[in-house]
Design a binder for this molecule. Sequence first.
Ligand code: BDR
Ligand code: CA
Length: 311
Amino acid sequence: RHRIIIDTDPGQDDAVAILLALSSPEEIEVLGITAVAGNVPLSLTELNARKICELAGRPDIKVFAGCDRPLGRKLVTAEHVHGKTGLDGPVLPDPKMQVQDGHAVDFIIDMLRAEPAGSVTLCLLGPLTNIAMAFEKAPDIMQRVREIVLMGGAYFEVGNITPAAEFNIYVDPQAARIVFGSGVQITMMPLDVTHKALVTPARNDALRAIGTRVGVAVAEMTDFFERYDKEKYGSLGAPLHDPCVTAYLIRPELFTGRHINVEIETSSELTMGMTVADWWRVSGRAPNVMFMGEIDADGFFTLLTERLARL
Ligand code: BDR
Ligand code: CA
């Protein structure tokens, strides 16, 4: 069973990733959720994280607020994709559960020090600021992480926020560089995977047909989320980026990729935040990432629909 901390900037797709984790207690134990500024400012991502826990009937989950801006750059947000609230689509009540005292970065550090080494997995669904801060502040925790599974970057699918960069990496490239250089085992879900995890009308109908509050709310989220991609890319449906991370923990065989070297561009403004992936292994640099390239999308949506129906 994976014991995980979810670091996130909800975000409709973040919300679905969290719901998938919370609906799969046999495979996943959620130790806490840490919010970071990304899709929308921190005050909203933190609030949205609590709304989702309550939607899942889990007000007992600890939610912490983390960094409100990237390490060295101005925050770039994505209301154009996620709406003003970051979670446009369903109308969810204001949460009753409180945000935890203390900073998310300290929670991450304390948790990794308190739990047995090699037992905690970090699931990263937003800009990598919180984790990079934790690694900088407490380098001893790096060797205690079991694995990082993250959504971010791209290779063949290049960029979605600039021509060269994917949003999560672009927002805080310095943080990404720290994380990718940490020596921690990383499994990465880039746009190459997530742009194949599309909520087609039939898949959306299946989610809605679950008929529960969660099923309907998720269908409303993906309905909203889809608008942007449809207009922008003419795609068949919204790409469910972040749920690929939690699905991987449950059914790793849904994904295939390559163990390669990935470096992060942090100096050129033109290609800032690009994930330079040595897919053909031409650089001689040591592999640092399991870079996923393919997903069994039907298997993924079957899993998602089945699991969300449990909530
Ligand atoms: C990533 O950026 C955010 O908008 C999504 O939540 C996802 O984590 C996709 O590029
Ligand atoms: Ca996200």
